[in-house]
Design a protein around this ligand. Structure first.
Ligand code: HEC
Ligand code: HEC
Length: 243
């Protein structure tokens, strides 16, 4: 519906604007919007907006913001819930009804939405986020998630603006080997030596970080994140996460 309202104004901006743009946009983002608002074949109880908000902003507690996250990242998470690779008692029933095309469409819908505004004063960045701790083998989270939490490239997600409860829960699940869906198992090792106090500080700081800038995509940031992932992946087997 929002899209239908938006199209005429978009047409004002695009020179050759016939019926074609609508036909191009519709099949995807439009059906994604329908799923977000209706739950698709899962019905109203599984409508995404009921938990993630009409603007995709999240519920401030346990349901993360989806608006403005990378569409490929979102689709991967939906695929992982559907396949059971990322087990979760709330999300698995919600995605069970969605076909792969539905998942792609609803991910594209949320990826295209504007990131929500936080408008709260930010806290100072936790030292472990920026610098890690060489003694414990903790790599700076900033290398992969950005100094400000906006993410790096498509695979290392933005965490800025996520509810603190959600972020803390994800860290705990990795430490307990309950979430293990990232490609090379880097996150379990990245947070293995993070203390509960550090995790709380990180989660509280991230919640207040502005969600709006797109992830870093410059070559230097991408290659630094890749080098960190390679280092963590190489240390698998020599270190046991969740000890
Ligand atoms: C009943 C509430 C509820 C409904 C309905 C729901 N979600 Fe969620 N969603 C959650 C919660 C809670 C989480 C966090 C789960 C976890 O910790 O893995 C979540 C997590 C997610 C994530 C992971 C985001 C990330 O940053 O990793 C995605 C993507 C997502 N939901 C998309 C959807 C879509 C699309 C729909 C509709 C088809 C939907 N959700 C319906 C509550 C809900
Ligand atoms: C080598 C790169 C790398 C480092 C270092 C790293 N992360 Fe991650 N992180 C990732 C990737 C990749 C994912 C996405 C995993 C997936 O696909 O599900 C992720 C996901 C997350 C998520 C879940 C996001 C969501 O929306 O569900 C949290 C929270 C997180 N990281 C916190 C941290 C913290 C805290 C640190 C530092 C102690 C850290 N990460 C260090 C690569 C990294």
């Amino acid at each position: 519906m929002r899209l239908a309202l938006l199209l005429p104004s978009l047409c004002g901006l695009i020179a050759a604007c016939g019926p074609a743009p609508q036909a191009r946009i519709d099949p995807f983002t439009k059906s994604g919007e329908v799923i977000a608002l209706s739950g698709g074949r899962g019905g109203a109880a599984n409508a995404c907006f009921g938990c993630h908000g009409l603007a995709g902003q999240g519920d401030g507690v346990a349901a993360p913001r989806l608006a403005g996250l990378d569409a490929g990242y979102l689709q991967k998470q939906l695929d992982d819930y559907a396949s059971g690779l990322r087990p979760d008692p709330t999300m698995q029933p919600a995605v069970r009804w969605l076909s792969p095309d539905d998942r792609r469409a609803v991910a594209a819908h949320y990826g295209a939405m504007a990131a929500p505004m936080t408008g709260r004063p930010s806290l100072s960045t936790p030292p472990v986020w920026l610098d890690g701790d060489a003694r414990r083998g903790v790599i700076a989270c900033a290398v992969c998630h950005g100094d400000d939490g906006r993410g790096v490239g498509a695979a290392n997600p933005a965490l800025a603006g996520q509810p603190a409860g959600y972020t803390l829960e994800q860290i705990r699940r990795w430490q307990a080997a309950k979430r293990r869906n990232d490609a090379r198992g880097v996150m379990a090792i990245a947070v293995a030596q993070v203390t509960p106090l550090e995790a709380s500080a990180i989660a509280g700081w991230l919640e207040r970080q502005p969600a709006s800038p797109r992830p870093y995509s410059d070559a230097a940031s991408l290659s630094a994140a890749e080098a960190a992932a390679a280092q963590l992946a190489a240390s698998r087997g020599t270190r046991r996460p969740g000890r």
